[in-house]
Structures are given as C-alpha cells and as structure tokens.
Design a binder for this molecule. Structure first.
Ligand code: ZN
Ligand code: CU
Length: 477
C-alpha cells in the first residue's frame, strides 16, 4: 500500500533556481502530488520541516559508483549527503558493456569488479536486483567499448572496430543509457583520434544522448583539449559535458579565466555543460607523469605498499632516500590525491552558471579523497553559507534541476506535482561536510531526511538505519 507523507512548513527550494518559498509538500507513493498549503490530516506521516530546506534529491553527475552500487548497496557515502541519484560510467570507464577478467587501466578504478555484462540491460537488471538505496543512471565508457572491441590500445580504432563500438553504444542507448563518456587522458584511450571518437559518439545522437569527457589534458594544453572535445561533440551531434573542470598544475593556475571564457564562447555554437567537485585536490590512479616534485601528493592506496596509505609521497621518498618519481614507480599500482589546483580557480568554476556538482568520488580506494563523502554538503555549507560564493537557490539548481535537464532525467530534479519524490530535507544553518583528507569516511552534518522514490531512506538522527528504494533510471524516464 502506498503511504502518504507530508513535509510540513519547509522552505521549498524547488531546483529550478527560483527563490525559495514556504510550503508543504505532499507525497503519495513514489510521487509528489501537491505543493502548497495542505491539511496535515490528509497524511499518514507528517515530517516537521520548520526551519529546514526542502530540496529535490541531489544528482551526483560524476561518479565511479558502477560496481559499488552492486557490492555495497546502502550507499551511505552518497545518501548521507542528500544524493538520491548517481550517474555512473564517467571518464570512459563503465562496467557495461564489456566482459573481461583482466580489466585494462583505468577500468580498475571500479575496484576488483567483475566485468560481466555484455549489455547495459544486464547491468540494469543487476542494479534492480541489488536494490541500492539511491537511483542509478549510466553513461557508457569509451574505454570500456575499446576493451570490448579491440586488442591493441596503442592505436586508433580501425573502421571495423569503430562500427563495432558504435553498434554497442547504439544498443546501450536502446537499453536506456544517457550517452557516451570518454577518458582520452588515460593511456588506453589516448590513442583514439577524433574520427574514432566522433563515429562512436554519433551512435548516441539519435536517442538524444550526451558526450561527457575527461579531456586529453588539464595541464598547459587545456584549451586545445577543450577545443578537441567541443569539435567531437559538434561533429557527432551531441551536447558536451566537460568533466571535473580544472586547471591542473602550477604553470596552469589562474587560467580558469581563459577556460571559462572559451566555454562561454563555445556555448554560443553548441550545447555545453561542465561539472566540478569543491576541493583543490584531484584524485586518480598513481601516475608518474603527474609527479612534478612541486605539488603535494597523498597516497590513497598502494598494492605493493599498503602501509604507505595516507602518507605524503614526498615523505615516502625521503624515508626511502629516493626521488618522488622513483617512489611513485615503487607504489604503483595505487591511487593518490594530487593537490594540483588553486582555490581561486575552484571557486571560479563553482560559481559559473553552467557548472553542475559531481563528486568524482572513488569508493574503492583504501583511504578515499574526502569528496566521496563530503562534496554536496561542502558546497552548501562551506561555499554557499560560509563564504557566500553563490546563493542557496543557485547551489541547489546545480545539484538538481540543471543536471536533470542536461542528462535527460525526466521527472527528477525539481519539486513539482507529478515528479518522482526524490527529496532532501536539510538544515541550512548546520549543513556541513565532515570528511577530511586525514579522516575521509564521515557522514555530513545537517542532512535531516532523504527520501528516494517517496520512501524515507536516511534520517540524520538514525543514520545507521537505511532503507533502500533506488532504481535503475533509463533516459527520459
Ligand atoms: Zn576523470
Ligand atoms: Cu571521474
């Protein structure tokens, strides 16, 4: 039997970007049925939201949660931030459609997952069978398509291989994918030329997909890399999403003035969006080419030397009496946080009107970057309330209505009658991230109630009791 829940007297920040207003929100089953002044007698359960913000559940547009939603479906790191939907399959890395026992790098970012789905439909069924606490929508990774189609990754795909990848993507779009992601920054996709990317991506155009990309470089060559991404999206007929936008490396600091100006000028010719996480450190696999001897690097895990997890690379190098590059080689394979950005650049990107919020959290790391647990409350607390970088309504829009529109998540992302009841109720005075680099696995403060598809799934006062009501989301559904 469907229950009726009334969220009473909250400040409704509805995800459209417009000013918040005091109202009641009535939920029946999995749907929002009324917004306004509502008689509490009409509900079986009333949640007092006086002094609290009632917002659409947050959409984490950039995740690597493909496998963790199956392995650890409680999804506490995300649910406790108010996230109700994750978009998986970013940076060219997706669990489907590829079957392999020896995933090429960087597919290993998904942990020791079994790549066992030859179609997205199989992954979707697995998600629904696992029953995660939050909704899951999927991009298809170009590197995964390469892994499914090619043997030699050091060259561009042949005509046959391009057709093979395009057919896989077309089938995945039929199964409900949101579009294609690429990670040409990473070795096993770096050799892909524009023709390969365009011909594959174009297979998502008819179904209305997007092209999200971790561009070839975020260092000094970033403008050229952005132009390549923009041409690829234009020629394949897809809206472009620039993933985790940043200017990385000391020689590149301050240049978000240029990159955001380029973005704005590109936007006059083609649909374009971007996402960001609110930290000055990035995180990915350990790579020697990212060790410049200048920036701080924090080890998040190492297969050869797990005891070095949580230590700075400079300290490890000093301890071993070798260079940082040599220490890096000894620690590989592993992961790291790279303190490669400036605060000014991060703030400029966060405040940009096209920017969405995506955690880029890495759930399989031994000691993950705190963005996995803290991204959304950090934007709302630190950047929005404490620093006044942007108004609350704009911050919520970046987490809800904007991503729902950009990725085609139909009846999600706004508080409106007839929409699915994904709702996050938070205390605007108390909301705050607790996760730190030293102690990253911490639930946030001030996230009071999280509802997923109309069911109460997380309560701050009873954080250990999670109920799981997520679904696999197909595009425009
Ligand atoms: Zn990436
Ligand atoms: Cu990523």
């Amino acid at each position: 039997m469907a229950t009726t829940i009334l969220l009473r007297n909250g400040l409704v920040v509805d995800g459209t970007g417009r000013a918040g207003f005091t109202a009641d929100v009535l939920i029946h089953g999995d749907t929002i049925v009324q917004v306004g002044h509502i008689d509490p007698a009409s509900a079986e359960r009333v949640i007092d939201c006086d002094g609290l913000v009632v917002a659409p559940g947050f959409i984490d547009v950039h995740t690597h949660d493909d496998a963790i939603v199956l392995e650890a479906p409680d999804m506490l790191p995300k649910l406790s931030q108010g996230v109700t939907t994750v978009i998986v399959g970013n940076c060219g890395i997706s669990l489907a459609p590829v079957i392999t026992d020896a995933p090429i790098e960087p597919l290993g970012l998904l942990g020791n997952a079994h790549f066992r789905f030859d179609r997205l439909a199989g992954y979707a069924d697995a998600v629904d069978a696992a029953g995660p606490a939050i909704n899951v929508a999927a991009l298809i990774g170009h590197t995964s398509l390469r892994a499914a189609t090619m043997k030699d990754f050091s060259r561009p795909a042949t005509a046959d291989e391009r057709v093979g990848m395009a057919n896989c993507l077309r089938q995945a779009m039929d199964d409900g994918a949101l579009g294609l992601s690429s990670g040409v920054f990473y070795e096993n996709a770096f050799a892909a030329d524009e023709r390969e990317l365009v011909e594959v991506a174009a297979a998502a155009a008819a179904a209305g997909g997007v092209y999200a990309t971790h561009i070839r470089t975020e260092l000094e060559g970033i403008l050229d890399a952005m132009q390549e991404a923009a041409r690829t999206a234009r020629r394949s007929g897809l809206p472009l999403i620039l993933s985790h936008h940043k200017c990385a490396g000391p020689a590149n600091w301050g240049r978000t003035r240029e990159t955001l100006a380029l973005m704005d000028s590109l936007a006059t010719r083609q649909p374009i969006g971007l996402d960001v996480y609110p930290y000055t450190a990035g995180s990915t696999v350990l790579r020697e080419d990212l060790v410049d001897g200048v920036i701080d690097i924090l080890i998040t895990g190492s297969e050869a030397h797990p005891e070095m997890t949580g230590k700075r690379l400079a300290d490890i190098a000093a301890l071993w009496g070798i260079s940082q590059q040599e220490a890096c080689r000894r620690l590989i394979p592993g992961g790291a946080c790279y303190f490669q950005m400036t605060e000014d650049d991060v703030q400029r990107v966060l405040a940009h009107p096209r920017t969405m919020i995506g955690s880029d959290g890495l759930p399989h790391d031994a000691r993950p970057h705190p963005r996995l647990w803290g991204t959304f409350p950090r934007v709302l607390g630190h950047y929005c309330r404490d620093l006044g970088l942007l108004p609350l309504e704009r911050a919520v829009f970046k987490m809800t209505g904007l991503p729902a529109a950009q990725f085609g998540l139909g009846r999600r992302g706004t508080i409106a009658c007839g929409n699915f009841a994904d709702v996050t109720v938070f205390d605007p005075q108390r909301v705050r991230d607790r996760a730190t680099f030293a102690d990253p696995e911490q639930v946030s403060a001030g996230i009071r109630h999280v509802l997923v598809n109309g069911a109460t799934s997380y309560e701050e006062d009873n954080a250990s009791s999670i109920s799981r009501n997520g679904r696999f989301l197909r595009r425009d559904n």
